[in-house]
Design a protein around this ligand. Structure first.
Ligand SMILES: Cc1cc2nc3c(=O)[nH]c(=O)nc-3n(C[C@H](O)[C@H](O)[C@H](O)COP(=O)(O)O)c2cc1C
Ligand SMILES: CCCCCCC(=O)C(=O)O
Length: 362
């Protein structure tokens, strides 16, 4: 199967080296999105519609990009690794390589429910960490994952709420994509059926399609650690999540992998931030590709940003050292952007520093 890339797509996002290093079905699973992949592309394009309005003659000799998003420890930059399933398909060290690189760079790691390394083994790297949770119809599975995350000293559980089922991923359908046979969904090692540990369909069928904000309330009550909610686009859902007890919101459209035609996540951010009104931190992902994007999202109200596919491409290229060097690069891009923007610290990245107005028309 070949996926054609028009010139404009390549201009939007050059094909990563990983495209030539991975088996096609694996690359397509990582790179692909839902249906026509319009939301995927719109996420990246959205950043072009917001422009910096830099300030000058501000003291920027020293730039401090550290930030704190409770209950995580202080991070060297407002960056977390987004939860991404099956990282051992990208490199044999998979999740451990990314977690170790994040720890070395004092960034946080969000472990996926569908990781190919157990949540306990990821915790052993001592990276600042959160556990991403898919809720299962069998509540005992969900409860067990929450308690395991708490015992392994994860700072919070991030419940993904935009995937009652997975999106219509045409590339995966065409490739009949499956987890390669040497890997398994190790967080479910205790399940009696071998089939469930290795088959995407069997596990995804167990995801609870009935969950509501009442269930979030239920999990908030039973969880020993805070609950965050990931996958919010509508401001009213952000408010409902806070009322249900969520301690943070992640504005995200899952990198365009769920409902194609959804609003670019960046365009959804300001209204969610306004509705949340400083009650809890609002984090952001979907389409972040460079330090300038990170700073735009912060200016638009995000407390921190989750990095997605670019982390996987670095992992494919060279494991832990490449991921670490990618983190160093993006941090340097953030520093340069802050300096040129006249914002020496994260709290100085205020909303007036980004505008949607076309300045050439003024
Ligand atoms: C290969 C892959 C696997 C993912 N797995 C998960 C997951 O297990 N749980 C989850 O909440 N989000 C998952 N996501 C979504 C990411 O957390 C994040 O929202 C998305 O990658 C952001 O878009 P971007 O990569 O275009 O920046 C996955 C994304 C990718 C690309
Ligand atoms: C049963 C395994 C499915 C993993 C899906 C992970 C995910 O959220 C994604 O976007 O892919």
């Amino acid at each position: 199967m070949s996926v054609s890339h028009s010139e404009s797509e390549l201009e939007l996002e050059p094909l990563p080296a990983a495209a030539h290093l991975l088996p096609r079905p694996v690359f397509d699973y990582f790179a692909g999105a839902a249906a026509n992949e319009e939301t995927y592309r719109a996420n990246i394009r959205a950043f072009r519609r917001y422009h910096f309005l830099p300030r000058c003659l501000r003291p920027v000799a020293s730039i401090d990009s550290t930030t704190t998003v409770p209950p995580l420890p202080t991070l060297s930059a407002p960056l977390l690794v987004a939860p991404m399933a099956m990282q051992c398909m990208a490199h044999p060290d998979g999740e451990l390589a990314v977690a170790r690189a994040a720890r070395a760079e004092r960034l946080a790691y969000v472990a996926s429910t569908f990781a190919t390394t157990s949540l306990e083994d990821i915790a052993a790297t001592d990276v600042p960490r959160l556990f991403q949770l898919y809720c299962f119809s069998d509540r005992s599975i969900t409860r067990d994952l929450i308690h395991r995350a708490a015992r392994a000293r994860y700072s919070a559980v991030v419940v993904t709420v935009d995937a009652p089922r997975f999106g219509r991923r045409l590339r995966d359908e065409r490739n009949a994509f499956q987890l390669p046979p040497h890997l398994s969904f190790v967080n479910f090692a205790h399940l009696p059926s071998q089939h469930e540990k290795t088959t995407m369909h069997a596990l995804s069928c167990r995801i609870d399609q009935r969950i509501t904000f009442d269930d979030i309330r239920h999990y908030v009550k039973l969880s020993p650690i805070p609950i965050w909610v990931k996958g919010i686009l509508h401001p009213s859902d952000a408010v409902a999540a806070i009322e249900a007890g969520a301690s943070a919101i992640v504005v995200s459209n899952h990198g365009g992998r769920q409902l194609d035609g959804s609003i670019p996540a960046l365009d959804a951010l300001p209204q969610v931030v306004a509705a949340v009104n400083n009650r809890v931190p609002v984090l952001f992902d979907s389409g972040v590709r460079c330090g300038e994007h990170v700073v735009k999202a912060i200016a638009m109200g995000a407390a921190a940003v989750l990095l997605g596919r670019p982390v996987l491409w670095a992992l494919v290229e060279g494991g832990e050292p490449s991921v670490r060097s990618y983190f160093k690069d993006i941090k340097q891009q953030i520093h340069i952007t802050m300096k040129l923007l006249g914002a020496p610290s994260i709290k100085d990245i205020s909303s007036d520093l980004v505008t949607q107005v076309n300045m050439s028309k003024l």
